[in-house]
Design a protein around this ligand. Sequence first.
Ligand code: ATP
Ligand code: MG
Length: 589
Amino acid sequence: MRLVWPYWRKYRVQITVGMLCLIVGTFMDLLIPTIVSRIIDQGVMAEDLDRVLRLGGLMLLVTGVGAVFTVGRCIISSRVSQQFGADLRVDLFAQINRFSYAAIGKRDTAGLITRMTNDTAQLVGFTNSLMRMFLRSPVLLVGAVTMTLLLNPRLALVLAGVVPLIALLMYISMKVGFPLFTRLQEALDANNAVTREYLSGVRVVKAYNTFDQEEARFDSTNTTLAATATKAQRMVGIFFPIISFAVNAGLVLTLWLARDWVAGSQMQVGQLVAFLNYMMQISMALGMLFNVYQMLVRARASAVRVGEVLAEPDTAQQLGAAITPTWKPCAIAFDRVSFTYPNGVECRGSQTSHGIPRGESVLHEISFALPAGKVLGIIGPTGAGKTSLVQLIPALYAPTGGTIRIGGVDTTACDVDELRANIAYVAQANTIFYGTIADNIRMGKHNASQKEIEAAARAACAHDFIAAYEDGYDTIVGQKGVNISGGQKQRIGIARALVRQAPVLILDDCVSAVDVETEARIMRAILEAEETPTIVLITQRISSVMNLEHILVMEDGKVAGFGRHGDLMERCEVYREIYDSQLGRGRDC
Ligand SMILES: Nc1ncnc2c1ncn2[C@@H]1O[C@H](COP(=O)(O)OP(=O)(O)OP(=O)(O)O)[C@@H](O)[C@H]1O
Ligand SMILES: [Mg+2]
């Protein structure tokens, strides 16, 4: 729970005022039974109507003051708790934004969403209830006990027997309840995770008709959740009547003891009524403590989960003196670069599809040099490490060995933000965000003019289909927007990269859903641009790379060949195989 202190500290003035309001409100509540007792004893029993009216007025005043302070406390507590929630969400969002690729790989999206929504809501609820109940219960408890002592010390002895008994029962129920409520929270999380996973992959489930497996998975977590919830509720169901029985037994005992005193005029009826009221207030205060405790259990689990996200170290390279690479023109060189995924051990199965054992290097001693303004074509079987290789260029991951030089500077000596600002990267799995097409393209350059956006879209062969929409560039795409095809998505992704006009352009298999002719047109447009960037092009099509001067052939994380088409046909078996499988033996290029 240490996590919440800095946030609460920020609102310490409001929290203090809120707590003071709470204390005043509670004091007013404590006065009511005493006033009622006076109305009965000094007014009604003495048949003094004047006194009844005066005490009635006083009671109204006390209730009014109590209400004003309670409303004030409500306003403050809801404002503080909601602002605290907003602060926490902003910090979580910013922190997730700062996450390195490795940190993102470690966590599932669904888990991060729960932390930002459900867990934050738990902490907000706890903050609110803390201001509503936390101080109120001890004040009520101490206040009510004091009032009963003042009222009738002999009768207050009943409390000495009943209160510890109730407290003991509550303690036992907390002891039994704590692990149960912790388990309940875990079961709820597990069930949420399965539900979210199912919903995010519902199309695949339908396509493969794996509903039965999904249902079985859901059934299992759902049953556990129901069973744990039943146990927790049963515990509450058993303890609450017992506690309530103890309270009522105390009331009966009080009445029994008081009957002779009232009859013998040693005690007045009003005092008895007040006493009974205070006893009720005491049991209410204990009940509140129980509730706060229950919420604390849940909030603590949430705080741990939120804390994990906030504690993720900021892996962005913090360097004293960042060196600026020569960006225009910009050469790229890899020197014996090796790389292992930080989360490699978590790969499913013991081996990856291409025989790379989990947790082991996916890139081994990769070396090549690409002169500025040239195009590097990377080709190789699936799982060969092509994507892993290009992700190292904008420092999305750090290499585990060797050096990468961009514009003559080791990437580890560059400022990460500057590096990324100068590299346009079209990822293999491209994402279109909810918003207009123009907004999606503008992500590449936030201040791009409509003219620049259109030029980028034209180069990416996307202008024609965008212009065909009724709203053109203002067409809403993404979730709830118009549906666009895979190839159209890819072209918007390319336009997003081109609008940046960066000195380095990385295209990771991003024209796979585009026909060969369109692909050629896109490449022509890129190469004919005023300032040709240095390009790294990953492709599965041999026809896209065979005319390039620099072709890198990869297999099992290693360089299988580097050079021109002719050399590779002679010396590189992997390349020859790819060529034969795509263009056929004996066909000329
Ligand atoms: N985030 C990751 N964490 C751990 N291992 C990964 C991760 N991404 C890829 N790998 C592993 O690294 C190896 C190389 O993957 P990579 O994506 O670089 O291949 P690729 O050549 O781009 O394949 P494709 O042509 O299918 O895109 C694979 O064996 C893969 O299982
Ligand atoms: Mg890939």
